[in-house]
Design a protein around this ligand. Sequence first.
Ligand SMILES: Cc1cc2nc3c(=O)[nH]c(=O)nc-3n(C[C@H](O)[C@H](O)[C@H](O)COP(=O)(O)OP(=O)(O)OC[C@H]3O[C@@H](n4cnc5c(N)ncnc54)[C@H](O)[C@@H]3O)c2cc1C
Length: 384
Amino acid sequence: MIRDTETLKQLLDTINRYVRERLRPLEAQVAEDDAIPDEIVAEMRGMGLFGLTIPEEYGGLGLTMEEEALVAMELGRTSPAFRSLIGTNNGIGSAGLVFDGTEAQKQKFLPAMATGELISSFCLTEPDVGSDSAAVKTSAVRDGDDYIINGTKRFITNAPRASLFTVMARTDPNIKGAKGVSAFIVDANSEGLSLGAKDKKMGQAGSYTCDVIFDNVRVSAKNLIGEVEGKGFYMAMKVLDRGRLHISALSVGIAERLIEDALQFSIERQQFGKPICEHQLIQAMLADSKTEAYAGKSMVLDCARRRDNGENASTEAACSKLFCTEMVGRVADRAVQIHGGSGYISEYAVERFYRDVRLFRLYEGTSQIQQIVIAKNMIKSFDQ
Ligand SMILES: Cc1cc2nc3c(=O)[nH]c(=O)nc-3n(C[C@H](O)[C@H](O)[C@H](O)COP(=O)(O)OP(=O)(O)OC[C@H]3O[C@@H](n4cnc5c(N)ncnc54)[C@H](O)[C@@H]3O)c2cc1C
């Protein structure tokens, strides 16, 4: 759903220009330094990019899913590290509060997330708990008006920058599965909370992950999201359901960027006396990539509109994530191929994107988990 076409167009044009003129020239530097310059962080704050999805009453732009998808596609046209910087505040780091927080919790935390003054991260994964995320081992034990949290969270995006963490922890040790898990907002400066070393990743230099370690961290019961126990896992699944569509849209944007780079290279590069784009085997790669990116875009927009209409689009979100993240992997592979040997050399952006996009098939639910979600939903709806 697009609320106001003119306002959205202005936003998309602004982001498109910012990506082209400001971020793209910095891509190689960010990759080299493994850091996004401070002035870029400040500019993104000034543009309101940290609060795209936070409701307007808490200082954000309150984008609908369709609007968010279109913005994510624009942001996809540059290194995903830039999007990752604002990704948690707009998605997994804030959505739990937006969906299930009490009014007091929303008032307290969302405005500072919307401005980017606070960076928030989402702590679900643990050393022994990945795809089977209902098996959370981190514990939160009630102690008077507080809870005491113990455990380790792994691969937490933006943790080194975060001031706040949304933490899924088991409040009822007698319930092994989803119903024993609750969600808390935890201040990064809490006593007993520490960070592991930054992970050395395959790609997306400039975006950081690390362990978050809780050693008897005392958190007020007022920070239990929704102030009800046992809802944390279900909240996390709602958060990921929305996040899947965002990652799908981002994958489409990156695919479009890679196609642009590959097309330009194929027009400029000559072999056998003519531009390589005139060789039909190169054309096949370009055409397959274009077709698949278009299919992904159509899926994302259809699913986003369904969500905005209040439909349960969980199956379609999983289909979109499965298709779009696998699709961008194929497009990146073809982009490298079209560049020939140059595609293996870091001077060309396709080499970097090839590594960057590998992550999308792994986080916020691997491709196998999407397949499982889709098939389970199919079987459930057949029974009804
Ligand atoms: C850069 C990065 C950033 C991340 N950011 C965050 C974050 O901010 N917050 C957070 O909480 N987590 C984050 N994660 C964690 C991420 O969500 C998990 O890595 C992911 O969910 C997979 O879990 P795992 O790594 O434990 O793999 P596992 O679950 O151990 O899976 C290993 C393999 O087994 C397959 N598999 C597992 N179960 C099944 C099954 N039932 N059937 C078939 N195949 C199966 C998987 O698909 C995969 O191929 C991040 C990870 C990375 C790498």
